[in-house]
Design a protein around this ligand. Structure first.
Ligand code: 4AD
Ligand code: MG
Length: 478
């Protein structure tokens, strides 16, 4: 058996008194020909390994270059040096894999996040990214914990679908037809009956429609999977491939939906605060350090840790879309013509408007409800005013929209009418309409953008730094 190692994270919680241990990891640094800082990915903290002078062959010492991988057997002793309570006094050191220190792109200095994005295959080896990805893992785990504890069923909805759930037409096509010479119909259009699935298919933009099928039988379900959008948005908040969590609940109205979403976000934050304190502390300091380059008024008023605690200690503000527009119209920013985009009832709130509401006006997360029906999807429940739908978006500081959801239109006639108006093909969605036909119920759900949540918790400003291998316009390396 090879893997008889102790993880550094575990070992650091012991009281050193000569225990014999084996560790394995990668060299972060090697100084004075004696001290190896070893990292094994279990924590940001390195283990100091002491290679006593004269004990090891010079040829071996030369191989302790940055990122070389080592297997070390030794005894855990109290450290005499400053900065660590213990060190591993090495008896045996084996190089598992050499690393050409000159060619290794990560030098022991600060690299920009842009540079690290170009070497995304190695960036897990930095403190910043190892913290981000341990937290991302914790959040994913917490998602399942939260819903499992509530009795929700985890539903795996398909990745390949024939429908456009959001009706926004921003889809990646899936086909096996030869694109240089596809079979054609008489009118010249592509004949998809000859395609793999016998119809035109795409990567899913949302699992919601299938989620509703599950919820209207199982009661409460959630999905957690990859979703794809071919929107040409080159921003710090958009990806072409992102992960989304979509709970869908029978017998929920809009308010039930908001309550659940708020509880969920609080739960996720608390979970990470409890389980990843060192990683959060590190990222909080990193952000404060990074913001020192910004002018005073652009810096955050709170540290990342303070912000997370604040969000958890306060309830989210709840306002209607109409109230939001009024606040914007009466804002100093509007009067001084600081907004680039027009503000009037009926517009889709732009990110500058969302950020004003959240960061300047309320200074905390805001849930905006009852949007105009014309800027929202066909499935949202129509309000009695004839103008708005029972939608809710949650806006978070620094992120903007983090959750989008609604109560669903459960009334067959209203739904069909809306689909016609919005040119959503009712015949193709016959299976969706069957839920309204056979025992329809009030129900609601929402989607949380997982990467935006990871951004919020880690304080990373660019969404490409919270997913291992980002997919964005003109970017599919690795
Ligand atoms: O608001 P959206 O488009 O809502 C839906 O897809 C609904 N079907 C959800 C539901 O009710 N079940 O997307 C939901 C969330 C957004 O609030 C945002 O956090 C995230 O998904 N999101 C993106 N994240 C990264 N990159 C993109 N291109 C995203 N588009 C949406
Ligand atoms: Mg949305």
């Amino acid at each position: 058996m090879f893997n008889k190692r102790t993880k550094i994270k575990d070992l650091l919680s012991w009281t050193p008194d000569g225990q014999e241990v084996t560790v394995m990891g990668w060299v972060r640094s090697f100084r004075n020909n004696q001290f190896i800082a070893l990292n094994d990915g279990s924590t940001n903290q390195n283990l100091q390994v002491f290679a006593e002078l004269g004990k090891f062959d010079d040829q071996l010492l030369k191989r302790f270059t940055t990122s070389a991988s080592l297997k070390i057997q030794g005894h855990l002793v109290a450290s005499l040096g400053k900065g660590q309570v213990m060190e591993l006094k090495a008896d045996h050191i084996e190089v598992l894999g050499d690393s050409d220190g000159e060619a290794y792109p990560l030098q022991p200095k600060k690299h920009s996040l842009e540079f690290l994005r170009e070497i995304a295959h190695l960036r897990f080896r930095t403190n910043t990214f190892s913290s981000v990805f341990r937290i991302r893992h914790s959040l994913a785990f917490a998602v399942h914990q939260f819903f499992n504890d509530k009795g929700f069923v985890y539903l795996h909805t398909p990745i390949i679908t024939a429908s456009d759930a959001e009706g926004a037409g921003e889809m990646f096509r899936v086909t096996t037809l030869p694109f240089d010479n596809p079979p054609r119909n008489e009118d010249g259009t592509v004949n998809f009956t000859e395609d793999f699935f016998g119809k035109s298919t795409n990567l899913t933009v949302s699992g919601q429609l299938e989620g509703e099928l599950g919820a209207t039988a199982l009661g409460e379900i959630y999905t957690f999977g990859p979703t794809f959008r071919a929107e040409n948005s080159n921003t710090s908040r958009h990806l072409a491939e992102f992960w989304m969590i979509e709970p869908e609940m029978a017998f929920f109205d809009l308010e039930d939906n908001m309550n659940l979403a708020e509880e969920f976000i609080h739960y996720l934050i608390s979970y990470v605060m409890k389980n990843n304190p060192q990683d959060l502390e590190f990222l909080s300091q990193r952000l404060t350090e990074e913001e020192k380059q910004l002018p005073q008024d652009k810096r955050s008023e709170m540290t990342l840790l303070e912000k997370l605690a604040f969000v958890n200690d306060n309830v989210f503000e709840r306002i209607t879309y109409t109230e939001a527009v009024d606040i914007l119209l009466n804002s100093p920013a509007y009067k001084k013509k600081k907004f680039q985009y027009e503000v009037k009832w009926g517009i889709d709130l732009q990110s500058e408007h969302e950020r004003y509401l959240v960061e300047k006006h309320f200074k905390k997360p805001v849930i905006v409800t009852n949007y105009p029906k014309d800027i929202k999807a066909f499935y949202m429940r129509q309000n009695d005013d004839g103008k708005t739908v029972a939608a809710m978006d949650i806006l978070a500081p620094g992120i903007g929209e983090i959750v989008g959801g609604s109560q669903r239109e459960e009334r067959m006639d209203k739904l069909v009418e809306r689909m016609e108006q919005m040119h959503v093909p009712a015949d193709e969605l016959w299976w969706y309409l069957d839920t309204r036909r056979f025992g329809t119920v009030p129900h609601a759900g929402f989607g949380l953008g997982f990467e935006r949540m990871v951004q919020f918790v880690t304080g990373m400003t660019n969404i490409r730094d919270v997913i291992a291998f980002p997919r964005a316009p003109k970017q599919a390396e690795f």
